[in-house]
Design a binder for this molecule. Structure first.
Ligand code: A2P
Length: 294
């Protein structure tokens, strides 16, 4: 299976990352160090996760050269207004202890008015992410970001964005992909349009991981191949052609999740068909007064 994908910029993004959403403070640093020791070279984080300083400290302490590590962060919904982007990006950079990101994503296709409690949706920027994108393009030119993309965008929203005269096209869309929500249409469309998907909650996230690992087809494949159910899923994601971002703060699992292997075609098909044969269910479904998925 591919250990990395090459983006149009020429940059190579490692296919398996350590995801740090809900990686607890006090644990996330050790998880990052365990991951780098085990051979991970890709950390997927975000400003809103609130743990970038601890991640940055661990990156520094690991001694692994910066240029060998792929670091992703994400622009939170409060900061879509062009003038708000660079300050919050600078905050991520300083916490992570670096002067550039490998990848910066628009975290959600929803813009909030900055700092309003309760939150207020900025409908102009929500319906038109081009001003936000133009600022991101400028920050690429400035050297603070190497690649830009989106997250939680559906096909219609990507098409709305790319209908503008972009200097840089979105090359990545990070979305929920797992057994319960395999999104075969989005995957097919993204491949046809040169967009790499990244799978978040690849094991169904904390709420569903137990159930996910007990799916009979997966247990069977794991038994046949002599690997763990988690390894079956992570292999499946890469074999589908996506990057995959399993989260764990448990050292043995962090190590386990990097060991992937190509599934024989009939076993791949068995899992693919099982995943696609039930009604899709999202594990992450925020309600911000915007129908995100349509
Ligand atoms: P923990 O972090 O306590 O090790 P997802 O990647 O889909 O978001 O799933 C994350 C959840 O799955 C976390 O609760 C994590 O627990 C758990 N997890 C991650 N890797 C494994 C694994 N190899 N086996 C079992 N559970 C795992």
């Amino acid at each position: 299976l591919p250990t990395s994908y090459t983006l149009p910029s020429g940059d190579k993004i490692p296919s398996v990352a350590l995801g740090v959403w809900r990686a607890e403070k006090g644990k996330v640093g050790d998880a990052v160090k365990t991951a780098l020791n085990a051979g991970y070279r890709h950390i997927d984080g975000a400003w809103i996760y609130g743990n970038e300083a601890e991640v940055g400290e661990a990156l520094k302490e690991s001694g692994v050269p910066r240029e060998d590590i792929w670091i992703t962060s994400k622009l939170w919904n409060d900061f879509h207004a062009p003038e708000d982007i660079e300050p919050v990006l600078d905050e991520s950079l300083s916490r992570l202890g670096t002067d550039y990101l490998d990848l910066y994503l628009i975290h959600w296709p929803v813009a909030f008015k900055k700092g309003k409690i309760p939150r207020e949706v900025d409908w102009d920027l929500t319906n038109n992410s081009y001003p936000t994108w133009q600022k991101l393009e400028e920050l690429v030119e400035k050297g603070k970001i190497r690649n830009i993309g989106v997250s939680n965008f559906n096909i219609r929203r990507i098409q709305n964005l790319t209908a503008n005269p972009l200097k840089i096209k979105p090359v990545i869309n990070q979305v929920e992909l797992n057994y319960w929500n395999p999104q075969p249409e989005l995957l097919k469309w993204s491949k046809q349009n040169g967009i790499l998907l990244e799978a978040y909650s690849p094991l169904g996230s904390a709420e569903r991981v137990k159930e996910t690992l007990q799916v009979p087809e997966v247990k069977k494949i794991a038994r046949v191949l002599g690997i763990t159910p988690a390894q079956v899923y992570i292999s499946w994601h890469v074999q589908r052609g996506t990057a995959v971002l399993p989260k764990s703060v448990t050292p043995s699992r962090v190590e386990e999740n990097l060991q992937i292997t190509r599934l024989p075609e009939h076993l791949f098909d068995l899992l693919e068909n099982a995943a696609n044969s039930h009604k899709p269910v999202r594990s992450v479904d925020p309600h911000w007064g915007v129908d995100i998925w349509h």
